[in-house]
Design a binder for this molecule. Sequence first.
Ligand SMILES: *Cc1c(COP(=O)(O)O)cnc(C)c1O
Length: 414
Amino acid sequence: MQHNALAEKDRAVFNVIAREEKRQKEELELIASENYVSLSVLEALGTVLTNKYSEGTVGHRYYGGNQIVDEIETLAVARLKKIFGAEHVNVQPLSGSPANAAVYMAFLKPGDKILGLKLDHGGHLSHGHPVNFSGMLYNFVQYEVDSKTGRIDMAAVRKLAKKEKPKMIVAGYSAYSREIDWKEFKKIADEVGAYTFADIAHTAGLIAAKLLDNPVPYFDVVTTTTHKTLRGPRGAVIMCQKKFAKLIDRAVFPGMQGGPHNHVTAAKAVAFGEVLSKDFKIYAKQIIKNSKVLAQEFLKKGYEIVSGGTDNHLFVLNLQNKNIGGHDAEVILEKVGISVSRSTIPDDPKSPMNPSGVRIGTPAATTRGMKEKEMKQIVSWIDEALQNRDSDKILAQIKKEVKKMCLEFPIPTK
Ligand SMILES: *Cc1c(COP(=O)(O)O)cnc(C)c1O
């Protein structure tokens, strides 16, 4: 990246950014929620659009001088509608959690009952965890995955919904490696008169490429982050049926947020343009191929995977039979230049600080062009590192090899 002004004027900040750029180039990213954006997305982010206030919606702003900004937002909206077939979209949400807050605010009152998946079963904080605004403001009842199969048991969801009669049902998760039966969720919601809310923060890119089922045609409202498999800037969007358009737009502004981040809106438009390209479909297919190979290689080496495998870009390794906690595994792998995130397993007997699993995902490595061969190599390194965690010499050797491979697969240069 060129940051000539920054390099001259503020060495302290410049140097930190340069070191982080080097880290990203030399290390292997297996955190399922991360990715590398294109240079076009980065360039859009670093523009004068950040200078402008544009509270309101296209054509209805609370400040003057927004005619050009309106064009950017209109472009982002049109592209997103095309990707998911949405009737109405709002591209202003600052990130996934505020987008979800706006959805609850649009449809519900504080204290209303919502069904969401439990965090340690793969859900997200903003789906009703007690330490999060969602759990504080709304009356969440949590469903779970089946303890034997590791999959969501739709019969159990139906039973819970009939007993609890929630106003809303949330589906879409952070650490769930299987297909989601949107249609069945919609049927259950209709049976009890609940709104349907899909949070596809993790899988949006795979849905966009039509490799996983799309909830947008069936659900009342859908949110997604734009920085995970969609490979755009940090941010989020909300999609809904036309009849809810006003409710959603008002909840985003003035309900939840002030001015939109126009430089991010421009970067979202760029990313959506990339998602609409033929290359993106090839990329998304490879993400899933890589994830399946990674999972199979772990199974071959005697590792356990929650639900036994994966249909998408991620899975959770259950490390209970390997005598190591998720946090400790995360720290050892960090020593060899591999980033993973600790994760709970369903009904985890250990604490969230050092839970029994790690979550592994392939979107970032796939962006670098890594394929099946590299996935096999990665599993060998991870297994070797965990088995030889007390040998600084072996860990140092693995780190060298990881770096060598990473430099052969550069982060995006276009
Ligand atoms: C990542 C994620 C979010 C939150 O996104 P932030 O941008 O980190 O606020 C919300 N829901 C799900 C399911 C997620 O995986």
